[in-house]
Design a binder for this molecule. Structure first.
Ligand code: NAD
Length: 497
């Protein structure tokens, strides 16, 4: 077993220096699986945010980072990838204890984080401007890509280091400086990322990290006049507030928000593959996944067989100790989230939805008796039921029947969200027609895996705007500057005077 050296009290990273919060305040960070205290975490004040932003601004304005050659900046990002890889065991365990996710899930994430840093390290030297057709024969015209400036990166608790990396890696690759704010419940791996960045050679002030338990902390970052862009992942409700606040200073904003993503399963789907994919699509990370396939739309001909097979396999899913490699589903990360899941299961029962699997908290023995665990749960529901329409963000899925391809598409699109979808069919024409008709940022056909570096990820509709993970993401961390050069022999004299 890897040992952890979580410090008793964590600090803020500001201008390359680790320091306590301005007034010395801290809050307690606990393991959701057993209630154990993991650390006391620095509670940043507004002055601390100002200091972090000032450090990021100064580093940006001095050109310490953006002025480096692309090759040098890329090498530093590759070094970060290497250090993350070397420490992945310890980072994974830290994530497990902070978040409650399973060790298997966390290890997979660490590999994906290495891939993400490597992808953007490779992108640094390929982020070109263009030579344009000149508007006049005496002109040269070209564009250059310049970093957008200081980025405020705000992340949720469900994939703490992964989602931080989706922002920090492209922001650094584009030459930006960053103030990173992890979620209150899961700050520990972001702090490690700060250490890794310094060790890899990221200059002082380029990556700053502020932690805290209040909602104001994020608000202060979004309001701050010296920040140029906000990269936010979180709920749609908070995302709307972020957009409103950022509008006051016309900051650039990318929003990765909530979802109620469907698995659309046609009669002709491979039953085993579709069942395995649908189980993973909802129960992976205890359903605390923005792209969780929390609606399973089933064509009539396969409806009963699918539900029977799903229930049989769901009974084999092990909810338990997150640190046990045999566990499939770990703890629910936060009390509020646990209560929300419980309340949706009550709502489901009130709405007349029929529980096929689960529907209640899981009681575990020993040290885990005080932890927050929920049994994998599935309901037969109506498309209009709240449990089939609203984001629950837990291991709860609804089965809804359909008859025709057109109905499947209408049901899939009948949502305020549009983050992801899956389509299961052996008919490639039908699968692709359906994929094209669904209004969401990602559609996976006959596979549970659809998130990879290099493949843009983001939402339609109220799932947000902007894309992460793609090469195009580099554009969202940069501005286009047009440069026009007059090359005529005679000077221009527009007024003729
Ligand atoms: P949340 O919106 O409550 O919080 C997200 C982050 O914003 C946290 O760091 C929080 O401290 C901060 N915050 C809170 N109030 C703020 C404010 N007024 N201004 C600025 N920042 C503020 O979300 P959560 O509960 O942490 O995460 C769950 C949500 O995130 C779900 O809705 C999920 O779908 C979504 N999510 C989306 C994606 C995606 O890529 N689309 C990925 C993961 C999670």
């Amino acid at each position: 077993m890897t040992t952890l050296t979580v410090p008793a009290t964590t600090q803020l990273l500001i201008g390359g220096t680790w320091r306590d919060a301005g007034d010395g305040a801290t809050y307690e960070d606990r393991n959701p699986a057993n209630g154990a205290t993991l650390a006391r975490v620095a509670e940043a004040t507004r002055d601390d945010v100002d200091a972090a932003v000032a450090a990021a601004r100064a580093a940006f304005d001095a050109g310490k980072w953006s002025g480096m050659t692309a090759a040098r900046r890329a090498k530093i990002l590759y070094k970060m990838a290497q250090l993350i890889g070397e420490r992945s065991k310890e980072l994974a365990l830290r994530e497990v204890r902070d978040n409650g996710k399973t060790i298997g899930t966390a290890k997979g994430e660490m590999g994906a984080i290495v891939d993400c840093f490597e992808f953007y390290a490779g992108a640094v030297s390929k982020h070109y401007g263009q030579t344009l057709p000149p508007p006049m024969s005496t002109y040269l015209a070209n564009t250059v890509r310049e970093p957008v400036g200081v980025v405020g990166a705000i992340v949720p608790w469900n994939f703490p280091l992964l989602l931080a990396s989706w922002k920090v890696a492209p922001a650094l690759a584009a030459g930006c400086t960053v103030v990173l704010k992890p979620a209150p419940a899961t700050p520990l791996t972001a702090i490690e990322l700060g250490k890794i960045a310094l060790e890899a050679g990221v200059p002082e002030g380029v990556l700053n990290i502020v932690t805290g338990s209040s909602r104001e902390l994020g608000q202060w970052i979004v309001e701050h006049p010296a920040i140029d862009k906000i990269a936010f992942t979180g709920s749609t409700v908070t995302g709307k507030l972020v957009a409103q606040t950022a509008a006051q200073t016309l900051k650039r904003v990318t929003l990765e928000l909530g979802g109620k993503s469907p698995s659309v399963i046609f009669d002709d789907a491979d039953l085993d593959g579709a069942v395995a994919g649908a189980l993973y699509g909802i129960y992976y990370n205890a359903g605390q996944t923005c792209e969780a396939r929390s609606r399973i739309l089933l064509q009539r001909g396969i409806y009963d067989r699918f539900i029977a097979a799903f229930a049989q396999k769901a009974a084999l899913i092990r909810v338990g100790d997150p640190e046990d490699p045999q566990t499939h589903v770990g703890a629910i990360t936060m009390r509020e989230q646990f209560d929300k899941i419980a309340s949706y299961c009550r709502i489901g029962a009130e709405e007349g939805a029929r529980a096929i699997v689960g529907g209640a908290a899981a009681s575990l023995p020993g040290d885990l008796a005080g932890g927050m665990f929920w049994n994998v749960t599935a309901y037969e529901a109506k498309a209009s039921d709240r449990i089939a329409r609203e984001e629950i963000f837990g291991p709860v899925v609804s089965f809804v029947p359909f008859e025709t391809e057109a109905q499947a598409i209408a049901l899939a699109n009948d949502s305020e969200y549009g983050l992801s979808a899956s389509v299961w069919s052996q008919n490639i024409g039908r699968a692709n027609r359906t994929a094209r008709a669904i209004r969401s940022g990602t559609v996976a056909i006959n596979t549970p895996y659809a998130v990879f570096p290099g493949v843009p990820f983001g939402g339609y509709k109220q799932s947000g705007y902007g894309r992460e993970l793609g090469l195009e993401t580099m554009n969202l961390y940069s501005e286009t500057k047009s440069v026009l050069t007059y090359i005529g022999e005679k000077p221009l004299n527009p007024f003729g005077v």
